[in-house]
Design a protein around this ligand. Structure first.
Ligand SMILES: N[C@@H](CCC(=O)N[C@@H](CS)C(=O)NCC(=O)O)C(=O)O
Length: 227
């Protein structure tokens, strides 16, 4: 059986968990609930980050690489109205799709950098790199909104793409933490509509992102934080 190392709060790992659910793959959930030592993380990946996936003899890290592997290795798609994309990138839009995905991942990296620095005592205001990171989020959302055809479609019309899933994971991550960031999604109506539709999907509901701030130790069944 496959095995996934992750933390409940990681948007990169959440996107991988959503893709595993979309394909209908069972896996051992190696959820970290305490901060691992450097050696423990290094045993899983030299990047010392989550997620890491094990499938047979194969060990993969980097969330984009993991989902590319999953989509191409496991072609089965449960019969739902809007299925998960067959491939990560459409052959006829290869470079456009790759560019869009990399840009969404840069959004995730900027967002998690802001988050990780906040919890180690460095806020956005007055920190030039974090101010630029926050500005980056707005520019990327603007560019992504322009790239969507209309309010009824995702990045790959006719299916749910990894682009849709990762963008949802990253944006909802920012909104579920007191980072001092207001993404003002009303300025990006096509992105906002896409994320609202995705919120209703079983795979996202069964892998939720919940409110977190220092002091939250667990959650009630409905996601209410327990301090
Ligand atoms: N590029 C990586 C980013 C993963 C990442 O940033 N993971 C965070 C959690 S959201 C992490 O493990 N941070 C710990 C660290 O960087 O030391 C991916 O796509 O998998």
């Amino acid at each position: 059986m496959m095995s996934l190392l992750y933390t409940a709060g990681s948007p990169f790992a959440r996107a991988v968990r959503i893709v595993l659910s979309e394909i209908g793959l069972d896996y051992e959930k190696r959820e970290e609930t305490s901060i691992p030592t450097e050696e423990e993380r290094a045993a899983a990946t030299p990047t010392l980050q989550v997620p890491t996936l094990w499938d047979g003899d194969l060990t993969l890290w980097e969330s984009g690489t993991i989902v590319e592997y999953l989509l191409s290795t496991y072609p089965q798609r449960p019969e739902v109205e809007l299925p998960l994309a067959r491939h990560a990138f459409r052959a006829e839009h290869l470079w456009r799709d790759k560019l869009t995905f990399s840009t969404i991942q840069t959004f995730g990296t900027a967002a998690t950098t802001i988050s990780q620095l906040k919890w180690t005592g460095v806020g956005i205001d007055g920190n030039a790199h974090l101010e630029r990171s926050a500005a980056k989020l707005a520019h990327i959302l603007d560019w992504l909104d322009e790239g969507l055809d209309d309010r009824d479609q995702g990045f790959q019309p006719g299916c749910v793409s990894i682009h849709d899933i990762f963008l949802a994971a990253h944006v909802r991550f920012v909104q579920a933490r007191p980072l001092g960031l207001d993404l003002d999604l009303a300025r990006y109506p096509k992105v906002a509509a896409l994320l609202e539709r995705l919120d209703e999907r079983d795979s996202l509901k069964s892998n939720p992102i919940w409110w977190w701030e220092p002091g939250v130790i667990e959650y009630g069944q409905d996601g209410t934080p327990v301090f």
